[in-house]
Write a protein that binds this ligand. Structure first.
Ligand SMILES: Cc1cc2nc3c(=O)[nH]c(=O)nc-3n(C[C@H](O)[C@H](O)[C@H](O)COP(=O)(O)OP(=O)(O)OC[C@H]3O[C@@H](n4cnc5c(N)ncnc54)[C@H](O)[C@@H]3O)c2cc1C
Ligand SMILES: *[C@@H]1O[C@H](CO)[C@@H](O)[C@H](O)[C@H]1NC(C)=O
Ligand SMILES: *[C@@H]1O[C@H](CO)[C@@H](O)[C@H](O)[C@H]1NC(C)=O
Length: 426
């Protein structure tokens, strides 16, 4: 492959974060832009990183799967579809036992289905695409900024809060794929090179809480036979305070997710006793969740989900707060000096109401790699990337927020799935 100047200038890139965004980015830079020297730093331990039961499920649709096809080689897309559950429809469970089936026409509309895959399995499929030694797990997570060499401005070191360089090779480009509370987004937005002692707080400064806790998992068990295969189910407490989802996540695997609204002064997580790491203990979390569900009407669907939760190993229960990074569009997705570029939730965290976080992370990777492949210099490539991504991400964030807010009031928002799925790599 003959390499563009921008790709040559990106050699030695460091990706911070080994979630879907970081892993997809590493594959894309290698396969599309021909950048061969990349290091990916992931804070979690090797054990955590290789756990295929981590997280719950990711939803992938035509846009994300096209991006995945573009950035990987071989039949990865088919492999992902085969290991997940293809969605054929959604069933709304009404109070009083009635139900309403809404077919999922994605496959017939676009030729590509929507699929729900175990999150940890998707991560491991992406990680397997990368050469041995590229991913450094257990990486120091205390990066607070960067320092550009005075001799050579493509030699950038990552630094800690006191300004000392971390033990890493210097790099021309840092890709911030460090999730919703991104340190690198804070650096870009504050137009600074060091967040210093505030770096932990600064990463969350522009994050707003959407008022819901989502507790979820994939369990090694099928939904009862009375549920249609390939269908996701949803029930809502009459006041919208609890939503209960379940659906297929691959052979013999079922996904469940409970979304709980917080009141103004009490949050569901606050009531849960914390472990030594200051996080709610999963055992308590699961017990509180079951207690909450047992206060609802005991209809058969809710009972089935309670049963799934009871059978889920405690360690497999995953939770996340609904969060978004506000002020999207008031800054580029890269730093002015061209040394940092953002991807995934670090670039554009939005509400999960359309299930687009992983898809957009894949789109980011495909887009940045194509921009680098096609540019004469790295700075132009980053500018093109920001330009190509921002409007779409702003729109997605607004639509996701609108859908989430309406769902809480029991209303339906205009469905923009067709627009979401249309995306293709330019
Ligand atoms: C373990 C895990 C499980 C998840 N499970 C689900 C799920 O089941 N369903 C769902 O909808 N979403 C899930 N998510 C979130 C989902 O992956 C994202 O919303 C979306 O895919 C975008 O991914 P991302 O890579 O941008 O961010 P993330 O998935 O948040 O990944 C960010 C990664 O960066 C690492 N990191 C952060 N800071 C540093 C640092 N300073 N140095 C090194 N590494 C750092 C984190 O450990 C993490 O692995 C999960 C995330 C994680 C981390
Ligand atoms: C600057 O550093 C890069 C990366 O180490 C190197 O490839 C390049 O030759 C250096 N440029 C100069 C002018 O020394
Ligand atoms: C899931 O269930 C199957 C059969 O019931 C079993 O063979 C397999 O080991 C289980 N896997 C896990 C991770 O529990």
């Amino acid at each position: 492959m003959s390499k563009s100047n921008a790709a040559a200038q990106a050699e030695g890139a460091i990706i911070v974060g080994g979630g879907i965004a970081g892993l997809a980015m590493a594959a894309a830079l290698r396969n599309i832009a021909g950048v061969s020297n990349i290091k990916l730093l992931e804070a979690s331990s090797e054990n955590e990183f290789t756990n295929i039961r981590a997280g719950a499920a990711a939803q992938l649709g035509p846009n994300g799967l096209r991006a995945l096809q573009f950035i990987t080689s071989g039949d990865i897309v088919q492999k992902v579809i085969d290991m997940g559950g293809v969605l054929q429809g959604n069933v709304m469970m009404m109070p009083g036992g009635q139900s309403m089936v809404i077919p999922d026409t994605t496959q017939s509309d676009t030729g590509i289905p929507q699929v729900l895959v175990r999150w940890g399995m998707l991560r491991s499929v992406l990680a397997e695409q990368l050469p041995q030694g590229m991913i450094l797990t257990g990486a120091e997570s205390n990066v607070a900024g960067y320092k550009v060499s005075t001799q050579n401005d493509s030699e950038v070191s990552l630094i800690d809060a006191t300004g000392n360089p971390l033990d890493m090779p210097s790099t021309p480009l840092i890709i911030g794929a460090d999730g919703v509370k991104s340190t690198f987004r804070a650096l870009v937005r504050k137009c600074t090179t060091n967040l210093a002692e505030d770096f932990d707080a600064a990463g969350g400064e522009d994050v707003t809480y959407g008022g819901r806790i989502n507790v979820k998992a994939v369990v090694n068990k099928s939904l009862n036979e009375e549920y249609k295969s390939g269908h996701t189910y949803a029930a809502f407490a009459p006041d919208g305070s609890v939503a209960i989802f379940a659906g297929p996540a691959g052979d013999g695997l079922t996904y469940w997710a409970i979304s709980i609204a917080d009141s103004n002064d009490v949050t569901f997580l606050d009531d849960i006793p914390k472990g030594s790491d200051e996080k709610p203990e999963k055992k308590n979390l699961k017990e509180m969740l079951l207690a909450k569900l047992n206060t609802l009407n005991s209809d058969p669907y809710i009972k089935s989900v309670i049963d799934l939760i009871e059978q889920t190993p405690t360690d497999d229960v995953y939770f996340q707060k609904s969060q978004e990074a506000k002020g999207l569009g008031t800054h580029s997705l890269h730093s002015e000096d061209g040394r940092i570029v953002l991807a995934g939730d670090a670039a554009h965290a939005f509400s999960a109401s359309y299930g687009q976080a992983a898809n957009f992370a894949l789109e980011d990777a495909a887009t940045l790699a194509a921009c680098i492949r096609d540019s004469e210099n790295l700075k132009d490539a980053l500018q093109d990337y920001s330009k190509m991504r921002l409007d779409r991400c702003i729109e997605m964030q607004a639509r996701s927020a609108e859908r989430a807010a309406k769902a809480m009031r029991g209303e339906q928002a205009e469905d923009v799935s067709k627009w979401i799925f249309q995306w293709e790599i330019a």
